[in-house]
Design a protein around this ligand. Structure first.
Ligand SMILES: [Fe+2]
Length: 505
């Protein structure tokens, strides 16, 4: 596979492309064409595509968001779009002021709406009357359409592995990307999104060691990892549970940089915790709008797949009946062939760093009853694939010990040891995947291809792991048809390190 991609090759990206008239002038800063006037602000995030609030696939009602960010200076932006380069529609642009450390940013979002499914949409952004970006993207594919997506975890930290995985994911031409969380290390701050996320996933070139312009080509879905929340709670001394706006006004960048489906509980049973001065909290709430705290949980369809995206952080009480019911109802109310759960804290991770955070196991019987095929998680910085399994908790265990990392949930495993993903392709149980090797420093080197290390005494040494690779960065690539799918794990250099085929019958 070629390691570099030319400007022209951007055109053959699966989902879309954006051509920029913006010029990089410093790290993370872009200038508008001189013709737009010297009064134009510098761009702190060049245009990027987001899914928008739609959940169900409704022909003619499809929505997408194109967002960008500037320094705190006014400009006259206009956004036109349509099904051809004649455009024809003008988008409503919202502008929110975001505090980001000592800086103030203006976050713009143009809403493309009432679109058909599976269709190219062309758009053009002008600033002070001059074109600054134009291109196209593709709306979600309807049922019956084969789709490809990349799943990446524990990623944006701006190291070599992170940039290479991003580059490889781009070369695979996915229709969309799903991240399993830890979007911007180390605290999910707005400034960290600028430095580590946008710089890599919306890079101006597609090259190893750089990244790729994924964000300006296809939608990027994600969930909240622990590093998206913040740092230690100074009151309880417990880690990764609270966003502290006194420490940094740019906390919880997830809720202001992302525009994700809006069908989760308006107030989740275990919402993201925040603290800080009234003034800073009010500024954040104004910038996030209803996205906070609702965007912690949501679901959406794409092709023949239903995705249920959950907040799995340490404040989440998985014994909460309201939370369990929302999940059960969501899974029951879809007619999709395939059902994926996306979360950060994988219930069945055998890696040493996060083995004890098992609270999401309490939801596994609900996932099973709802017909879930895959649970994709991260947190542990490895690639791990389980055998198909079913799990019955002995009881709640320590699932309700909120804010604790010791959340053991023992139970009974029923493991399908016949499935091999080659000849035996109908799994009896859920395939649990850890795809947390997307960039951050790797964990568990001693476990690499070493099955003797893959069991725990606290699980009675149940051997439920088929594959574990911890010596390289990687991401997961899914090709999904209506009755069969292929999952390929691809390393940072483009080598396939695991592949399974799954069929319904
Ligand atoms: Fe994590």
């Amino acid at each position: 596979m070629s390691h570099k991609i030319s400007r022209r090759d951007f055109l053959i990206s699966a989902g879309g492309v954006t051509f920029l008239a913006l010029t990089p002038i410093a790290r993370g800063l872009f200038a508008a064409p001189e013709a737009a006037g010297t009064g134009m602000p510098l761009f702190t995030a060049v245009p990027y595509i987001q899914p928008g609030s739609g959940s169900l696939l409704i022909p003619g009602k499809e929505e997408m968001i194109l967002a960008w960010q500037t320094e705190n200076k006014d400009a006259d932006f206009k956004f036109v779009y349509g099904l051809s380069k004649k455009y024809g529609k003008t988008a409503k642009i919202t502008r929110n002021t975001r505090l980001s450390g000592d800086a103030v940013r203006l976050n713009y979002a143009a809403k493309l709406e009432n679109l058909p499914l599976g269709t190219k949409v062309f758009y053009k952004v002008t600033g002070n009357g001059v074109t600054i970006a134009e291109g196209y993207t593709t709306t979600r594919q309807p049922r019956g359409t084969r789709v490809r997506f990349a799943a990446i975890g524990d990623n944006a930290c701006q190291n070599e592995g992170n940039r290479n995985v991003c580059h490889q994911a781009y070369l695979s031409h996915p229709d969309f990307v799903v991240s399993v969380g830890d979007n911007a290390y180390n605290q999910g701050l707005d400034a960290e999104y600028s430095k580590y996320f946008f710089m890599v996933y919306n890079a101006d070139a597609a090259e190893p060691g750089v990244g790729a312009p994924i964000l300006r080509s296809v939608p990027y879905y994600t969930v909240l990892g622990n590093h998206d929340l913040g740092f230690n709670d100074p009151e309880t001394k417990r880690g990764w549970v609270v966003a502290d706006f006194d420490s940094n006004s740019g906390a919880l960048g997830y809720y202001t940089n992302m525009y994700l489906p809006a069908n989760g509980p308006a107030i989740p049973p275990s919402p993201t915790r925040i603290r800080g001065s009234a003034e800073r909290l009010a500024a954040f709430r104004k910038a996030a709008g209803s996205r906070f705290p609702q965007m912690a949980n949501y679901s959406f369809d794409y092709g023949d797949i239903h995705f249920l995206c959950l907040d799995s952080n340490l404040q989440v009480d998985t014994t909460n009946v309201a939370y369990q019911k929302w999940i059960a109802d969501d899974l029951k109310n879809t007619d999709a062939t395939w059902k994926f759960v996306i979360l950060h804290h994988q219930p069945f991770n055998v890696g040493d760093a996060h083995y004890r955070e098992q609270h999401m196991r309490m939801l596994v019987p609900t996932f099973e009853a709802g017909g879930v095929d895959f649970v994709l998680g991260g947190h542990e910085h490895i690639y791990q694939r389980s055998m198909p399994l079913r799990f019955a908790p002995d009881g709640p265990g320590k699932a309700a010990d909120l804010y604790q990392e010791e959340r053991l949930v023992p139970g009974k495993f029923t493991i399908d040891r016949e499935f091999d993903g080659q000849n035996k392709t109908v799994p009896k149980g859920i395939l649990h995947i850890v795809t947390g090797a997307g960039g951050q420093n790797l964990h568990d080197k001693q476990m690499n291809n070493n099955p003797a290390e893959w069991t725990h005494q606290r699980d009675n040494h149940e051997a439920y792991v088929s594959k574990l690779v911890s010596d390289r960065h990687s991401y997961s690539l899914f090709d999904v048809g209506d009755e069969e799918l292929t999952m390929t794990q691809v390393d940072q250099h483009g080598n396939d390190i695991d592949r399974i085929r799954v069929t319904k019958v």
